[in-house]
Design a protein around this ligand. Structure first.
Ligand code: AMP
Length: 214
């Protein structure tokens, strides 16, 4: 089963995707993670995208579609979770074509709904483990007092450079202008399900499970 987790920045897509990877052996394809990797390893493409990402703007369709194409051609998986992709209608069309080319289908699109004030509060409180990517939140899931990641024991935690109010404004605007039309797009294709992304992590997990098993 191939699915998209759709929602604004801070909706919890990455956290839920990681859970599905553990529970179901699916493969998470996060274009944000791929772009950060390219940036950190200093590739030519990484240099091109660094400034765009820091501002919170969208990287070109050509670049992100290329990243996804490469993964779909090379990775064999028992289901993909698209996390942070597609973000534009052109990307959504391209994903449909790429999957078809691989003899695969897109099965479900799960929209994670969260109100905007909660998003801002979540994002400015967010940090991740530098070793395994486990996500923490200063208010709801703080880094343990012993300073060690509960998942892998690592002790190096990072805040994303674009998790600040200024770039968040741009990221939210991009979401509403470019990505939110995908809700109607997938609704019209009969693929859309909605979950309440504001609940506790476990509660959201159960809602997603119910959608996938329906
Ligand atoms: P994310 O980790 O999904 O929040 O993505 C971080 C940043 O990477 C975004 O703010 C964009 O600058 C860029 N990005 C990630 N995925 C895409 C995409 N599908 N299309 C365009 N830009 C993207």
């Amino acid at each position: 089963m191939n699915i998209i987790l759709l929602g604004p920045p801070g909706a919890g897509k990455g956290t839920q995707a990681r859970h599905l990877v553990e529970e179901r052996g699916m493969v998470q394809l996060s274009t944000g993670d791929m772009l950060r990797e390219a940036k950190d390893s200093g590739t030519e493409m990484g240099e091109v995208v660094a400034d765009v990402m820091a501002r919170g703007a969208l990287v070109t369709d050509e670049i992100v579609i290329g990243l996804i194409r490469e993964k779909l051609e090379t990775v064999k998986a028992n289901g993909f979770i698209f996390d942070g992709f597609p973000r534009t209608l052109a990307q959504a069309d391209a994903l449909g074509e790429l999957l078809e080319g691989e003899g695969q289908t897109l099965d479900k699109v799960v929209e994670m709904r969260v109100d905007d004030e909660a998003l801002v509060a979540r994002i400015v409180a967010r940090s991740t483990c530098g070793m395994c990517g486990e996500v923490y939140n200063d208010n709801t899931k703080p880094i343990p007092a012993d300073g060690k990641c509960t998942n892998c024991g690592g002790s190096d935690f990072k805040r994303r450079a674009d998790d600040n109010e200024e770039s968040l404004k741009t990221r939210l605007m991009e979401y509403y202008k470019q990505t939110s039309p995908l809700i109607g797009y997938y609704y019209a294709k009969g693929m859309l399900s909605r979950v309440d992304g504001l609940g506790a992590i476990d509660a959201v997990q159960s809602e997603i499970k119910a959608v996938l098993d329906a």
